[in-house]
Write a protein of this length. Structure first.
Lengths: 174, 475
């Protein structure tokens, strides 16, 4: 055994720590921290880095973690929709909540996303999250509710509009 | 987690929705927890939880919560959020029972062991480090662990252990890397321990206790990601090719740590020559190449001296690109050109830029520096001018002779920024290579080493590979 001086003990402990850090948190196998997943899943202003987004595309476990966290933090959950005849979804409904997407008559480049709660006394969400194919997430901040209703303007060419129309998208309100 | 889930709360908000996992933040997060007679209630020091099935209870102190949050983060990043969420659902939703706590703990233990089985660092490397230290200590006499690691010990350890299978030390490179890591770590640990002598309160070092802050500090110093070569490649690789792939391979053989270069000067060359040769042997065996003999026999000629010439040529190429970068940065008016000039020509006569001002005030000094920089950037290259003008003319000519990405025509703004960002690491890299080559010059008898090492290495390699050579040849 090596002479057990304080320097030797410290050096071996530090080498072990570096190895462990590289193995557990570095390299291709490392998962992002939950702080990063949490911010991605819950903060509309958060911008995930390219590494995280690439990982999200390729890693079904991370994908499942993101989806599960968004679901856990949500008050309302609208599952994937049955494909509409037109192929584009304009209305989604689930227990307690109705979402509608209506193209503006005044400005054809915009649409209104309406949120209606069935129970006026129910929890009023402030954030709407779309979870699309491959775990991609788009958040929208919701304005205050007027009784049981609120609406937000989205651009026709925005990811939010496209994801709402896609039957594969799940929608969550928190 | 049970406490963080009372009244429909989500534990995720508590652990990841706060800016900083501190005692104060956790205390504040539980400030509005109402005592409704349930099993969880807030106290002045922490959260008290009653265990439902055996009448016992426990208190989780707010001061303990940052550590528990770190453990939870570890669980999530290793076994995954989904598994943590599912495994804790019962006690988050159905009350805290001793049986549930025990089952959940066992579940996590199994999951973490399964993860570690696949992800822990190679135990053989750690075993080899301890074995190497013991080997060196047995031959150290009065020397410290650090001083006992030298070129003869590295070679002797490999000779003694490469073929016996007791420990994984088959390749010279693996033994050299072990010695290199140990020198780096022992130097950093020695410096840290010396600095810590004055602050021994709370940690009993003589009893073998290790301060986690010391471990973190030393680990940061020895982290392998931080070498100047890696930093040059990272800062400028795509926009400015200071170093091409071949040069990077050569430079990666030269240690950036001065202590490693000084203590293991011959081992660096042995690794460069025989470490590579052994790798070629392994590849040749994998390919069933019948010509292994040539790789086992000693190399011809002055191979260490040739290797040193190769290092010198690579240093010259590096200095050439640095000189070319000086011209780019100078023409872009970037102050990094001044740093490069100081490093590339430390003996330069700066008299031409002298700004006469007797004041000692710091602000005035700063103004004087800016004025000197302004004068430097206004210099006109002239091979027949003063030393600064001649150097700039040399930099311009060098720039025109370099044919690499980032060194053609007028650089755009991003190229200049990438160049400037890489300058500190580039200078550190040049300094490390120069320092290493200076050390090598102190070693006199390379010719003798070439002969004696040739015999030693061919003997061990023959023992290791001659069977495969015959098999390979026959096959």
């Amino acid at each position: 055994m090596p002479a057990e001086t304080p320097e030797t003990r410290l050096a071996l402990a530090a080498l072990g720590a570096v190895d462990s850090a590289n193995s557990l948190h570095g390299g291709a196998g490392a998962r992002p921290s939950l702080a990063e997943i949490y911010a991605y899943a819950s903060d509309p202003s958060y911008r995930a880095g390219p590494e995280f987004l690439q990982r999200l595309q390729a890693d079904p476990l991370l994908n499942a973690d993101v989806r599960r966290l968004i679901s856990n933090l949500s008050a309302y959950e609208l599952p994937r929709a049955a494909a509409a005849a037109s192929g584009q979804i304009t209305r989604r409904e689930s227990a307690g909540v109705l979402l509608t997407m209506t193209v503006s008559q005044a400005r054809a480049s915009q649409a209104y996303l309406g949120v209606t709660l069935q129970d006026e006394q129910a929890f009023k969400p402030s954030r709407l999250s779309f979870v699309g194919r491959n775990g991609a997430v788009v958040h929208l901040s919701l304005p205050d509710f007027d009784d049981a209703e609120t609406q937000v303007i989205v651009e026709i060419d925005s990811p939010a509009f496209r994801m709402f129309a896609d039957p594969e998208t799940e929608v969550f309100l928190a | 987690m049970a406490a963080a889930s009372v009244g429909g709360r989500r534990f995720e908000h508590l652990f990841w929705g706060i800016d900083r996992a501190s005692t104060f933040a956790f205390k504040a997060a539980f400030a509005d927890l109402v005592d409704d007679g349930g099993p969880v209630r807030a106290t002045g020091n922490g959260i008290a939880i009653a265990v439902s099935d055996d009448g016992s209870g426990f208190l989780i102190a707010y001061s303990r919560m940052p550590t528990l949050a770190a453990m939870l983060e570890f669980l999530v990043t290793t076994i995954g959020y989904k598994e943590v969420d599912e495994a804790t659902a019962t006690f988050r939703e159905g009350g805290v029972a001793a049986k549930t706590i025990s089952e959940t703990a066992s579940h996590f233990q199994r999951a973490v062991y399964a993860y570690l089985k696949d992800h822990l660092p190679p135990a053989q490397r750690q075993r080899r480090e301890r074995d190497f230290l013991a080997f060196a200590a047995a031959r150290a006499g009065n020397r410290t662990s650090l001083d006992s690691i030298d070129d003869p010990i590295v070679l002797a350890y490999w000779q003694e252990n490469a073929t016996d299978g007791r420990i994984e030390a088959r390749t010279y490179r693996s033994v050299y890397e072990t010695a290199k890591r140990l020198v780096t770590a022992l130097e950093a640990a020695g410096a840290r321990t010396a600095a810590a002598q004055a602050r021994t309160v709370g940690t009993d070092r003589e009893a073998g206790e290790i301060d986690t802050e010391d471990v973190a500090a030393v680990a940061e110093l020895i982290s392998e990601q931080d070498g100047p070569l890696e930093r040059v490649l990272e800062a400028a690789a795509e926009r400015v090719k200071f170093v091409n792939a071949t040069e990077a391979e050569v430079l990666s053989e030269i240690p950036s740590n001065a202590g490693v270069g000084r203590r293991l000067a011959v081992s660096v060359l042995r690794n460069g020559v025989y470490g590579s040769r052994q790798l070629q042997l392994s590849n040749a065996i994998r390919r069933k190449d019948p010509h292994l003999g040539a790789l086992i026999s000693p190399p011809d000629g002055s191979y260490y001296r040739d290797k040193l010439k190769h290092y010198e040529a690579t240093l010259a190429a590096l200095e050439k690109t640095a000189m070319a970068a000086l011209w780019s940065l100078f023409t872009a008016g970037h102050e990094a050109s001044c740093d490069l000039t100081l490093a590339l020509a430390p003996d330069l006569d700066w008299q031409a830029l002298a700004v006469r001002d007797g004041a000692e005030d710091g602000n005035v000094v700063s103004l004087v520096e800016r004025e000197a920089l302004r004068k430097f950037l206004n210099e006109v290259p002239d091979p027949d001018g003063d030393e600064i003008q001649a150097l700039l003319a040399d930099a311009r000519a060098t720039f025109r002779s370099v044919n690499r990405v980032g060194f053609k025509g007028d650089p755009d703004e991003e190229t200049v920024l990438a160049m400037a960002e890489a300058v500190p690491a580039l200078l550190a890299l040049i300094a490390a290579v120069r320092r290493f080559l200076d050390t090598e010059k102190g070693i006199g008898d390379w010719a003798g080493l070439e002969v004696s090492d040739g015999l030693i290495f061919s003997s061990v390699l023959n023992e290791l590979y001659s069977g495969q050579a015959e098999t390979s040849h026959a096959g």
